[in-house]
Design a binder for this molecule. Structure first.
Ligand SMILES: C[S@@+](CC[C@H](N)C(=O)[O-])C[C@H]1O[C@@H](n2cnc3c(N)ncnc32)[C@H](O)[C@@H]1O
Length: 432
């Protein structure tokens, strides 16, 4: 385009009524110019039109199979908003998939690092985009419509990436949130996620400075098939304060295997510790492949340096578990089983080993019910086995805040029967 036409076009576009071009009429020049402008505007539209960008990016995703070309396209799309972050992630994930497939079939020695250096992208950054893109692809393969995420900012995908294995779930929640609040910012989306899943700040807050432990948004979610697990933060604090750096750590009543999940995630809470523990899990009714069957009334097949038990609670767990503690028909019966367990576990401790016992008090619902101080009664058993009391922490059960507890709270006040809302963690040592 000549500079004269460019000048005229810009005048038309800016509605400059003194434009000499507008004064031209009848000789076809105005029509010519109008057509030029229309063509230019269409060209401009096609450059910035979201849909043609999305369509082209999808075509590249489905048809280009050369990792280096894909990586180039990924980096090109990053220059564009909206849609850039979404397609950068998706295309990098495809790069990684192709390299991996070729590596498995021994048909290619191309490495991700080579593709990265050719595309001018740091390897760690590319790995981050791959995690983001794989989460998007997983959603699409599960039949979930990701269209709404195309508009999302790069930060949303970075937050998803930080959730590691939870990246897909993060994006699912983001989609749901955006469907109800299409203008939501990444910060609002992230805040919504943190409300139910905890946050980086929660991670930093996992270790408590005092003996009062309350966790409003537990980081480790309950698994659907095991509603009776305790917040993982309790295991994290019990390890942090009372476990040796190395040795054998055992949960003889492991339930869902929460100890293993928390230990595997120790980079979130161990701070300057460097735990190198061997984790062993047992249960009378193992529910995970990594839990061995063992009755805690019998000494363990190994000796432990740190042990944590969260036994089925008296009078309130028969709907969750089948064991004798959960179904004990009297408090005496419950205590006699607990005594067998404590004797067997005390015998299974190495010298200087620690035993953590996590239990709530029992408060019956009716006025005539007796209260039972289960933590103290079981502590007496540990002392009788020659263990030495080391410390106690008090842990909120958060029952007052549970959904549907308003009536129970009112009844408790009306009947002058305090609900049991605290678990007690007593820690003992086997002095050598
Ligand atoms: C409250 S749950 C433990 C939950 C676990 N702390 C978690 O967070 O997943 C109690 C567990 O103790 C187990 N149990 C009860 N009696 C047992 C016994 N005699 N020996 C071994 N395990 C037993 C039950 O099967 C149940 O899985």
């Amino acid at each position: 385009m000549t500079s004269r036409i460019q000048n005229d076009v810009s005048k038309i576009l800016t509605h400059d009524n003194n434009s000499p071009v507008l004064k031209l009429s009848g000789n076809g020049s105005l029509k010519y110019l109008k057509n030029r402008v229309e063509g230019l505007v269409n060209q401009f539209r096609s450059v910035i039109d979201n849909n043609s960008f999305y369509e082209t990016a999808e075509l590249i995703f489905s048809q280009v199979s050369d990792p280096k070309e894909l990586a180039q396209c990924a980096e090109l799309s990053s220059k564009r908003e909206p849609g850039g972050a979404f397609y950068r992630a998706k295309l990098w994930a495809k790069v990684s998939q192709i390299i991996e497939t070729k590596r498995k079939s021994n048909s290619n020695e191309l490495r991700l690092s080579q593709v990265c250096s050719q595309a001018g992208v740091n390897l760690t950054r590319a790995k981050g985009f791959i995690i983001q893109g794989q989460a998007i692809i997983n959603l699409e393969e599960a039949g979930i419509d990701t269209t709404i995420l195309r508009q999302a900012s790069p930060l949303l995908f970075q937050y998803a990436q930080r959730q590691k294995n939870g990246a897909k779930e993060y994006l699912i929640e983001a989609i749901k949130f955006l469907e109800n609040n299409s203008e939501a910012s990444h910060t609002q989306i992230h805040r919504n996620w943190c409300k139910s899943n905890g946050s980086i700040k929660t991670n930093l807050d996992i270790i408590k400075p005092s003996d009062w432990w309350a966790f409003s948004h537990p980081k480790w979610r309950k698994e659907e098939d095991f509603p009776g697990s305790i917040p993982g933060e309790i295991y994290a604090n019990a390890l942090y304060y009372f476990a040796p750096q190395s040795g054998i750590a055992v949960d003889p009543m492991a339930g869902s295997g929460m100890l293993k999940r928390v230990y595997d995630d120790r980079e979130h809470w161990q701070k300057d510790s460097n735990f190198r523990l061997t984790i062993k899990l047992f249960d009378l009714y193992p529910r995970r492949h990594f839990i061995e069957k063992h009755d805690a009334r019998i000494p363990l097949p190994i000796k432990a340096d740190w042990m944590f038990i969260d036994p089925s609670y008296y009078g309130q767990s028969s709907h969750l578990y089948n064991d004798q503690l959960a179904s004990a028909n009297s408090y005496d019966n419950y205590l006699s089983i607990m005594k067998e367990i404590i004797v067997a576990l005390a015998a299974s401790l190495n010298s200087n080993g620690r035993l953590c016992i996590f239990l709530p008090k029992w408060s019956g619902l009716r006025h005539e019910d007796l209260n039972y101080d289960v933590p103290s009664d079981v502590s007496a058993m540990a002392l009788a086995c020659g263990l030495t009391w080391l410390d106690t922490a008090y842990v909120s059960r958060g029952r007052q805040q549970e959904p549907g507890s308003a009536t129970k709270n009112n009844m408790a006040k009306h009947d002058r029967r305090m609900r049991s809302d605290t678990c007690v963690l007593n820690v003992f040592s086997k002095l050598g």
